[in-house]
Each structure stands twice: as C-alpha cells, then as structure tokens.
Design a binder for this molecule. Structure first.
Ligand code: ADP
Length: 240
C-alpha cells in the first residue's frame, strides 16, 4: 500500500505540492491526472524518496526513505536514465545484484522478450533509442517483483506493441495485489483499467474519483469541469 499524508513540497518560494494526501491500496491502480505543471512528477519524486518534503509517506507501512520501502518499490521515471556503457543485460544484472535477487534470469528474459528487447541484450545503453531506453527502464523497475510500482508518464514514447504489453502487464500486477500509481496528462490513456483517478491542479488533488462513482459519467467532462471550471479559477489566487 502507498500512503501519502499531507505532503507539501516547495521549490524556493514556489509551492509545487500543497498538503497532498492519497492512498493506493493493494491491487489498486490509481491514476494521477493533471495538466502539465500540476505537480504530478514532484509528488512522484517525493514518494520515491528523491526529494525532501513535509508530511508523511509510507510503502506497506515503512517510511518511504527506509531500505525496506525501497526494496518494495519500483519506479519508472519520466525520462529513462540508463548507464551509457552498460548493456541491456548488464542493466538487469546490476539490478539483480543491488536487490540481491537469486534466480532472476528467467524473469529478466521474460520481461525483455515481452518488450521486444531480447535481440538487444548486448546493446549499450547509449546505443538505444529513447523508446528502447524506456522499455529497459520498465524491465529494471519490475525485475525485483516490487509490491508497489510508480510510473511517471509511462506511455509517452513507447511504440504500440510496448503500450499493449505494458497495459497487459499492469493488469497482471493489479490482479497480483501490487499497488500501482501512474501519472499522465492524457485522459483515458488506460481505458477502464483503473480504480481511482486523482485529478491534480496547481499542486493539489482537486478531486478523487473512483471508477464506479463515475456511474456512466465521462471522465473528460469531470476533468475539464475541474481544471477549467469555476472552482479552479477561485483556487488560483493563493499560488500567485
Ligand atoms: P507535472 O509533472 O504535473 O507536469 P511538475 O511536478 O513537474 O508537474 O512541476 C510542478 C511545478 O513545479 C511546475 O510549475 C514546475 O515548473 C515546478 N518545478 C518542477 N521542478 C522544479 C525544480 N526542480 N525547481 C523549481 N521548480 C520546479
């Protein structure tokens, strides 16, 4: 379970996250939806322990900065960061050693095959296209069988095959009880494969919407009523 309570983050004087709270239960997929600049990546980086913040964040009950939490959490950043001089297979080996995994080769092979990287295992990080790097980044995050996975704009830059595989994989992880948090600025990018959507604007969660609560309503209509509707304009002032 991912538990975020009253998290605020400032860059200098600018309040990028303002008392954000959310929970992603086991086997739940939560979408963080919001316009560019809403504060999604900032929140994700705080949850992954990459930024200092005020508030409290736990992963399966462990403070997110603890080793226990880091062992439970997989993170796919918006921009893949690979080692330029390691091959694809060496990236898998690096993760396996860092997490002290045993018998990881079959899982690595299966992941690489799903993302059509099995014929690229000897290519160096610097020789890969942006989309290929993104796919290696996904494989690295999933290799240790994490109990919580956070993906920042994961579909951007992927080819259609990889998008389909990633969506299938997310469905499998969800059924296996993994907590999934995915940021996107594209409405409906995950179809119906989500449980909760948190609509973020200007650093805050403006609305938490469970899929069953939409009751035939349109997520797009709800999104625009919040991001471009009257109540959003009223909230604008404190940040300026
Ligand atoms: P999103 O992921 O929703 O597009 P971000 O979390 O990247 O939003 O950014 C939220 C706000 O914080 C933006 O106004 C952005 O300019 C600002 N911001 C992000 N990173 C930094 C930084 N390192 N220093 C200063 N401002 C930042």
């Amino acid at each position: 379970m991912i538990y975020v309570s009253n998290v605020s983050k400032r860059y200098g004087k600018f309040l990028a996250n303002d008392k954000v709270s959310l929970t992603v239960g086991n086997g739940e997929l939560t979408v963080l939806l919001g316009p560019n600049g809403a504060g999604k990546s900032t929140l994700i980086k705080s949850i992954c322990g990459l930024l200092r913040y005020e508030g409290s964040i736990t992963i399966d009950g462990h403070d997110n900065r603890s080793i226990e939490a880091k062992q439970l959490l997989g993170y796919v950043p918006e921009m893949p960061v690979l080692y330029p001089m390691l091959t694809v297979l060496e990236h898998m080996e690096f993760i396996a050693r860092a997490y002290r995994l045993t018998d990881w080769q079959d899982r690595a092979d299966a992941l690489l095959r799903r993302f059509e990287l099995d014929d690229k295992v000897n290519k160096l990080g610097k020789e890969l296209s942006k989309g290929m790097q993104q796919k290696v980044s996904i494989c690295c995050a999933l290799l240790p069988n994490p109990r919580a996975v956070i993906l920042d704009e994961p579909l951007v830059g992927l080819d259609p095959h990889a998008i389909r595989e990633l969506k299938l994989l997310l469905g499998e992880l969800r059924r296996d009880g993994v907590s999934l948090l995915i940021s996107t600025h594209i409405i409906d990018s995950l179809g119906d494969e989500w449980d909760t959507t948190c609509i973020m604007t200007r650093g805050s969660v403006a609305r938490v919407c469970r899929r069953e609560d939409l009751s035939g309503g349109d997520l797009e209509d709800l999104y625009f009523s919040i991001t471009e509707g009257k109540d959003t304009e009223e909230k604008e002032a404190p940040h300026e």
